[in-house]
Design a binder for this molecule. Structure first.
Ligand SMILES: [Zn+2]
Length: 162
């Protein structure tokens, strides 16, 4: 059975930055494999494009340029927020505002955004809302372990059941 839309795909994979010599980001080998439903937007487009039409037992290695992965780095996503946004009970806890810390913020429409604190000033805090992998080319080594039909309830829920 080949990988195509609405198939459940189970893979071991290794992710490196840039190329086959790049820094290791994550690896599933020897741990729980990655399971996903193909073609429904669960995975980055460049990853799915390389796996389409492949079968269980195949191993593929490929590079995904940043624009087909987590997108280009957007300067507009680097935002200065007034320090008042970080007040709790009228006070800013500067011990808790550290460069490199990941934070979650809710916008007025209820959308949730993850960002990383870049700079802490007395009046403003600069937060980077880019994906941590934005602007980064990725290199995957993928071992395809299983390809099967997704069940109706898996397609309904948009995730793989054990
Ligand atoms: Zn479910």
């Amino acid at each position: 059975m080949i990988i195509e839309k609405n198939k459940v795909v189970v893979v071991d994979y290794k992710l490196q930055k840039d190329n086959a010599q790049g820094e290791l980001v994550e690896e599933t080998t020897g741990r729980d494999p990655l399971k996903f439903i193909f073609g429904i937007g669960m995975m980055i487009p460049g990853f799915e494009a390389e796996l389409e039409g492949k079968e269980a037992g195949e191993e593929v290695a490929f590079q995904v340029p940043s624009e087909d992965a987590y997108g280009e780095y957007q300067d507009e996503a680097l935002i200065d927020l007034a320090i008042q946004n970080f007040e709790v009970d009228g006070k800013v806890d500067f011990d808790n505002l550290k460069t490199g810390k990941m934070i979650t913020m809710q916008d007025t429409q209820g959308g949730v955004h993850h960002g990383m604190i870049k700079k802490v000033g007395l009046e403003q805090v600069q937060v980077d809302f880019n994906h941590p992998m934005a602007g980064q080319d990725l290199f995957f080594t993928v071992n395809i372990r299983e390809v099967r039909e997704a069940t109706e309830s898996e397609l309904d829920h948009g995730h793989v059941h054990e």
